[in-house]
Design a protein around this ligand. Sequence first.
Ligand code: NAP
Ligand code: ZN
Length: 366
Amino acid sequence: MPVKVLSGENAFLENCRMLKDFGSRCLIVCGGSSAEKSGALGDVRDFFARIGIEYCVFDRIEQNPRTQTARDAGDEAAAFSADFILGIGGGSPLDAAKAVAFYAKNPALQHYDIYTDFSKLERLPVALIGTTAGTGSEVTAVAVLTDSRDGKKKSICGDNSFADIAFCDAKYTHSMPYSVTVSTALDAFAHAVESFLALNRNEMSIVFAERAISLLWDSLVYFDKTGNPPDADRREKLYTASIFGGYSICVTGTLFPHALGYVLSEDYGIPHGKACTAFMPALIDFVLRDEDGKKRRCSRLFELCKTDCGTFKETIKRLTDVNIKMTAAEVEEYCKRWNDGTKNFLKTPGIMKLADAKQIMLDLFA
Ligand code: NAP
Ligand code: ZN
């Protein structure tokens, strides 16, 4: 994990000088309002004015960012002769920023060619400032982009798609609305749990996943019981846990809930975190069926959460609260994008098959 991570109170203010190493012209990539509301963009503007970095703001990154939007931002970076990209926001602007760095340096790259070609390409340096506590995009090589051709979410992930530097200061997450706070906490929890259960986990990923699970479960119970937003102390813990979740999926990637969850965001507008945890109870049931001894991992998971299987699943279901309906024919159609070799299936204890995925979709939504 090669990202230089600067975390804690005033992580940006105290370390922003490092950005000068990247050059004197920056394209800031963000969504319509979060960069401003979080206070991060204001801090960046002040610093850039003081230090003499010229900048231009591209603030049109949508949720579940589209390849064409990132291509447009890349064109703007090239026209501005940007030396580096600064992404500010939740996972959507941060993922987009990683892609923009490739587009900026490669004007002839078609928006859709990024999925196949990015690993061979040069890119601009990337700095990130997170404003949600969920995706861990700050520290992962993953950029999830919605293909503008067919509306499907697909990822790029490789050694050269990590950011160069990430500033992780929880104060920029304070302005998150309650619903985004819960959904992003669920996303971080999904990363930690899926990584913890994954067949390809290792000692390193386990350490981070276990810590993230303990930190996050406490807050999930708090949300479930009170319906109140977190205080500053809890926000700090949530953000730290989301970064730990990111570290753990750097090793393992995610399991089938993330693969299946994409369709709930694409076609039903369910935010990413809830789209993934909609499948978490099914994941637990699936792993508990595993004959190979991996079902014991679930006992450790409940131990970390100081709870039992039933309470665990019910808490997740209440917080996720996804109520959608699909026809059997629609489920059939969604299933065309996966097969028995889908990597998220192969890493799931019990080895998931396409037929299992289909049954889970039918049981939940049809
Ligand atoms: P997001 O899509 O970045 O943002 C969700 C909403 O919250 C937006 O309306 C955003 O506003 C707002 N928001 C964000 N921070 C805020 C703040 N501090 N104050 C007020 N509003 C704020 O949400 P996300 O859950 O962080 O990211 C989801 C995306 O990340 C999905 O595309 C998902 O597939 C991807 N993802 C990536 C990874 C990875 O490893 N790279 C992992 C998991 C998920 P604006 O529109 O103004 O920004
Ligand atoms: Zn996720």
